[in-house]
Design a protein around this ligand. Structure first.
Ligand code: NDP
Length: 264
């Protein structure tokens, strides 16, 4: 079954690594025209090199852009309009989590976390909204975390900010329904990607290799499916929600956590 995205235009924020890069890959495989961004120029260039190698005929655009800088996001949107003429799917993926308890979280950390989780969505939504309104199958899909519903004390600021983003996504789905734009989220558990690679580099027990380190985390945390997710798994959920296949779904939050969800 196809996602019906051939020749549609998709934008992925934070597309240079992990879940975002796998989402870009799947969208290109589906024949979509894809624009993505990230801050680090070398990482972005490498992601584009990989995608051009995999999809020589693919229509793609990668641009350096910090989603927290409204001017940069507006410039990104202008370049996408120039290259592709419009946008059908906006996937807000850029970001990272913050590991800290209440005692370890300073006021500026709270503000930074709230800014990251909310404005990483608000800025792109504002910049791409006119193009989305002109599409006949518009969607916004936000990467969120299970922490929004199931907070963890060791990620207190991220959990609270994620709850705010879930609330914002739901409100947007109602306000934007009349404009023909669907708004959905995915709620992630733990997914192998750049963030976990960096935590692995900082691990206390350097004798553990990647596979045993990951397996130990899954066992310790009690993930029912017994492992962390692979980045291509949330990518499939994102592309489904973004696509016309999900045409009657808006305001939804799809769990992609391997069963880590403890509530009904
Ligand atoms: P990665 O670190 O592999 O990828 C993050 C991507 O976002 C990179 O391309 C990064 O590029 C980009 N990025 C980060 N901040 C910005 C910014 N301000 N502006 C533009 N681009 C940015 O992580 P994941 O793939 O794991 O994470 C993807 C999303 O999923 C994030 O929002 C993360 O918080 C969320 N998530 C991930 C979980 C997991 O277990 N992996 C769990 C819960 C949520 P660059 O640094 O060059 O800007």
């Amino acid at each position: 079954m196809s996602f019906n995205l051939t020749a549609r235009v998709a934008v992925v924020t934070g597309g240079s690594s992990g879940i975002g890069l796998e989402t870009v890959r799947l969208l290109l495989a589906e024949g979509a025209k894809v624009a993505w961004c990230g801050r680090n120029p070398a990482r972005l260039a490498e992601s584009e090199r990989l995608m051009r190698e995999a999809f020589p005929a693919g229509q793609m655009l990668s641009l350096c852009c910090d989603v927290l800088d409204r001017g940069q996001v507006e410039a990104f949107a202008a370049q996408v309009r120039e290259a592709f003429g419009g946008v059908d799917c906006l996937i807000n993926n850029a970001g990272q989590g913050r590991v800290s308890s209440f005692a370890e979280t300073a006021d500026e950390d709270w503000l930074a976390e709230a800014e990251l989780k909310l404005f990483s969505v608000i800025n792109p939504v504002r910049a791409f909204q006119p193009m989305l309104e002109a599409s006949d199958c518009a969607s916004i899909t936000n990467v969120n975390s299970l922490l929004a519903l199931q907070p963890e004390p060791h990620m207190i600021a991220t959990s609270a900010a994620r709850a705010g983003l879930l609330n914002l996504s739901h409100s947007l789905s109602h306000e934007f329904a009349a404009r023909g734009i669907r708004v959905n989220s995915i709620l992630l558990g733990m997914v192998e990607s750049g963030q976990w690679r960096r935590r692995f580099e900082d691990r206390s027990d350097k004798s553990m290799d990647w596979d045993s380190w990951i397996a130990a985390i899954a066992a310790k945390r009690g993930i029912p499916l017994g492992r962390l997710g692979k980045p291509e798994e949330p990518a499939r959920a994102l592309v489904f929600l973004a696509s016309p296949l999900a045409s009657f779904t808006t305001g939804a939050a799809l769990d992609v956590s391997g069963g880590f969800n403890r509530h009904l």
